[in-house]
Design a protein around this ligand. Structure first.
Ligand code: MSP
Length: 498
């Protein structure tokens, strides 16, 4: 395995403030990146924003701004979220960056020179929400309304350029079937193969400027502007310095993992590989497809007013609690649900009781009985296999389940062994001292291993646990890791109403 690794996230549209879906993309990618770093790899980690297209131009106009001023203002919200999530990305690309725009024009020219771009006309449907051309069949199946955006499709009839993606149909199918381009999970791979069973269709890759003004101009034809997806997908290589810094981009490409939501798999498994093949560039190794987060079982939507801002959650419970919930209770490869109650219960019970109290308990016993000194004892040796396997299979929620089995087993062990009872025998039973030291050293070393497991998921918590148990002497005061919070659930300590 190469020492260098490259992971990417989808670049969100900046026509609103970041939501939980965006945070999920960043968090999953960061978990993978941190795990690789823990294992000695050097990780390049792209994030960024998608700033072109009608959807953004319309929002800018609504806000009385020109599109550039609007995106200049909006993109910082995404950078702020990345920082608040403690995501260690190395790059943040904006599709309005001059380098990116020039590189996209170069990509267009290369595809055109290879005979893969031709002029045509498009007569059909379009969803601005998805920035997607929709076939008559799909429009009819959905009764003319986009199920994701609940808006009627627009009817388009216009001149544009097409990209001959169909030329690569067979090669793409083969790459996916043989896992040269691995789609995780398997059921998403099968869904996509079913979608392309009649072949991949050519895609319209430009629109007349009068219908799409906010985007990159088609080289040699000022009357046409590039389709946002051609522009956006290119970011994964332009951010590395394609085409003008070959040494740099070739050092990291092909990407080891590209994290995308289920709604945009079709672009990443269809047009994107076709573009790369047209440019003679290798395909990414893995597309990790995550599901959608619902809120109380319903799709998040502005009209339902049930959107939850990631910052609201982080400000109330902290970054690690956010990362924990969305990597354990939203299964990595499936849909998951958020409610404030579920979140708070998991925070108080799993983080507060199971883990936080355990750390506190072990540390204070070492304080009380051994003046803070962790004695020597054989290191706890847990089987890392199942955890590693879950991480390798991108089942991050399972890796956390396994971690929690260790947390609960240690709680159970303490309940069974009762070190506080052994302490009562100190000075009476000659073996009590060494027995107690052994129990506590074993507990400290297990917690240290738990911290290793938690490092990719809850980096600050893992570091705190390491600081407590890894120096040989437990600090005299330890702040609770997860103080109880009752904003949405009943505080069991509160006096009961008569
Ligand atoms: N701009 C495109 C992506 C271009 S990538 C070259 C786009 N943007 S988006 O803002 O609509 O979505 C960004 C990411 O957020 C996608 O991975 C998408 O799947 C994810 N999510 C959007 N809503 C979501 C949920 N409700 N839940 C989980 N993730 C979801 O598509």
């Amino acid at each position: 395995m190469s020492k260098k690794a490259y992971i990417t996230t989808a670049i969100p549209y900046v026509n609103g403030v970041p939501h939980i879906g965006h945070a999920l993309d960043y968090t999953l990618a960061d978990i993978w990146a941190r795990y690789q770093k823990q294992n000695g790899r050097e990780v390049r980690f792209q994030t960024g924003v998608d700033e072109h297209g009608n959807k953004i131009a319309a929002k800018a106009a609504e806000n009385g701004l020109d599109p550039q001023s609007y995106v200049d203002k909006m993109h910082v919200n995404f950078q702020a979220l990345i920082t608040s999530l403690n995501v260690e990305s190395t790059d943040f690309i904006r599709t309005t960056d001059p380098h990116h725009k020039g590189a996209v024009q170069y990509i267009w020219q290369k595809l055109a020179e290879a005979g893969l771009i031709y002029k045509g006309s498009y007569e059909g449907w379009y969803c601005t929400g998805c920035e997607n051309f929709v076939t008559d069949k799909e429009a009819a199946e959905n009764n003319g309304i986009c199920p994701d955006h609940q808006k009627p499709y627009e009817r388009l009839s216009e001149e544009n350029y097409y990209f001959k993606a169909s030329h690569f149909s067979e090669q793409i199918r083969e790459a996916i079937e043989t896992n040269k381009l691995r789609i995780v999970p398997e059921f998403r791979k099968n869904e996509f193969l079913e979608l392309i069973k009649d072949g991949i269709k050519d895609v319209s890759v430009s629109r007349p400027r009068k219908n799409l003004s906010w985007g990159v101009s088609v080289p040699g034809d000022e009357s046409q502007v590039m389709y946002v997806w051609l522009d956006a997908l290119s970011n994964y290589i332009t951010v590395l310095g394609y085409p003008d810094r070959p040494e740099e981009w070739q050092e990291y490409w092909p990407a080891d993992v590209q994290v995308v939501g289920k709604d945009i798999l079709r672009f990443h498994a269809g047009i994107w590989p076709a573009m790369l093949m047209g440019l003679g560039i290798s395909l990414p190794k893995v597309l990790l497809v995550h599901g959608f987060v619902t809120v109380g079982g319903a799709k998040m939507s502005k009209s339902l007013g049930n959107g939850v801002g990631p910052m609201e959650v982080i400000n109330a419970y902290g970054t690690d609690a956010f990362r924990y919930y969305f990597s354990r209770h939203v299964p990595t490869q499936e849909d998951g649900d958020f409610t404030w109650e579920k979140f708070e219960n998991s925070y108080n019970n799993e983080l507060g009781n199971d883990l936080g109290n355990l750390v506190q308990r072990v540390a204070s016993m070492i304080q009380r009985y051994q003046a803070g000194v962790i004695g020597d004892a054989p290191q706890a040796e847990h089987d890392m296999g199942p955890y590693r396997e879950a991480m390798a299979e991108f089942e991050f929620n399972k890796a956390l389940d396994i971690t929690w089995n260790t947390v609960r087993a240690l709680n159970q062990y303490l309940e069974n062994v009762k070190p506080w009872m052994i302490a009562k025998q100190l000075g009476k039973d000659p073996d009590a001292e060494s027995h107690l030291a052994e129990v506590l050293a074993h507990s400290a070393s297990t917690l240290s291993q738990i911290a290793d497991f938690l490092t990719p998921f809850m980096p600050s918590t893992a570091e705190k646990i390491h600081q407590i148990f890894d120096t040989g002497v437990v600090p005299s005061t330890i702040e609770p890791l997860f103080p109880k919070i009752y904003l949405h659930t009943q505080d069991p300590r509160a006096p009961k109403a008569e």
